[in-house]
Design a protein around this ligand. Structure first.
Ligand code: GRF
Length: 223
């Protein structure tokens, strides 16, 4: 069974969605989460991992250079999923897991991404811009913040009267749908990063069929 490492700094609801999705796939699951790493010892993501008997490692900000690469390497992780991880990924790690490391971002990239664009700042910037559409994007990780090849996106409407909180919640709901499919699709090899730095393979969802609300969660692909 292929191993997935998840890096998270916060609540870990995306981690939970990945775990639930792999559970729902049962024997058809292409991989299992074997390691969770957090820069915050008190991140709820760590608790979620421990509850499932998954190794949860606190990697303090001051950890030695190379510590993350060693951890991931020793764990045998073939896929690395960033799920609300707020630390910079060292370039050596990005290179080693190129095409096997994904991130989820709470906007329709390339809009509202880049350095300093995380958490509520993203949603505040969307609201300040007057955009009527936001959403979630899953992308491969490269050396630039939020600039790696986009694997999947899902739009959500911005409503009049939205606050950063209400918009964040609407976007998070679709994050929980698309991220697990993408992680599974990359683990399965159905979606991969080509030498041309573009995404190849079939997207793990059928957008017109499911509409903006997406399919039920957890989503089990047919066939
Ligand atoms: C999500 O909105 C994700 O897009 C962003 O950080 C948030 C993490 O939420 N990168 P959670 O920790 O998975 O609940």
């Amino acid at each position: 069974m292929r191993r997935i490492a998840v890096l998270a700094s916060g609540g870990g609801s995306n981690l939970q969605a990945i775990l639930d999705h792999l559970d729902a796939l049962g024997d058809a699951a292409p991989a299992a989460v074997s390691l969770v790493v957090s820069d915050r010892a008190d991140a709820h993501a760590m608790e979620r991992a421990r509850r499932r008997g998954i190794e949860a490692v606190h990697l303090p900000r001051a950890a030695a250079e190379g510590a993350l690469e060693r951890l991931l390497g020793d764990s045998g992780a073939e896929v690395v999923a960033l799920a609300g991880y707020l630390r910079l990924i060292p370039p050596g790690v990005v290179r080693r897991w190129a095409g096997h490391m994904l991130n989820i971002h709470p906007s329709l990239l390339p809009a509202f991404g880049g350095h300093g664009m995380y958490g509520h700042r993203v949603h505040e910037a969307v609201l300040a811009s007057g955009a009527r559409l936001s959403g979630a994007s899953v992308h491969f990780v490269n050396e630039q913040f939020d600039r790696g090849a986009i694997i999947a996106q899902w739009p959500v409407p911005v409503h009049t009267g939205d606050t950063a909180d209400t918009l964040a919640e609407r976007v998070l709901r679709v994050e929980h749908r698309i991220y697990p499919w993408c992680v599974a699709a990359v683990a399965r090899g159905d979606v991969r990063l080509g030498e041309d730095r573009r995404v190849h393979g079939d997207l793990p969802y059928d957008f017109p069929r499911f509409g903006v609300e997406g399919p039920r969660h957890p989503f089990v692909p047919e066939g």
